[in-house]
Design a binder for this molecule. Sequence first.
Ligand SMILES: [Fe+2]
Length: 164
Amino acid sequence: MVMEAQARKKGFTEILKSLFMPYFSEKEELVKILNENYSKEIAIAKMLEEHSEMIPFDFLRERLKKVAEEERKHAERLRQKIIELGGSVNPSPRIFDVKTETIHNQKGFRKLVADLEFDKEIYENYIAQINKVENDEIKKLLREIVEDEEKHKDILMDIVMRLC
Ligand SMILES: [Fe+2]
C-alpha cells in the first residue's frame, strides 16, 4: 500500500516536471538572452559616451550622447524585465572587446566606426531574437527596442560620414 502510494507520488512528480520544465527552461533561456542584451546595451552606452568626447562639434557630440542615453534606457528596460521574470541581473556587465585595429580610416575616428559595427551587431542580435522568442511580451519589448536601434544606426552612420 505504501509502495503503491509512493509509486503514484513519483508518477505524479514526473508529470508535474514534464508540465513545468519547459516553462522553467524557457524562462531561464529568456533571462540569459535579456542579460546578454543588458550587458551589450551598457557596453555600447559607455562606448558612445566616451567616444562622444572626441567629437569636435557640439551638435554632433550632443546627438551621440542622446543615443547613449537611449541605450541606457534600453538597458534599464531589460533589467526590469529580468527582475519581472524572477531572474537575477548580471551584476557586472561584460565589457565587449571591439576590435578597432581592423578598422581603417585616416582621421582617427576609428572608435566611432567600431561603435557603428557594434551597434549593427546588437541590432542583428535583436532581429534574430525576435524571430526565435515565443513569449509575446518579450517579443514586444525587443521590437520596441529595435525601432530605436534602427534610428541609432542612421544617426551613427551620419556622424561617421561627417567625421571620417
Ligand atoms: Fe539599445
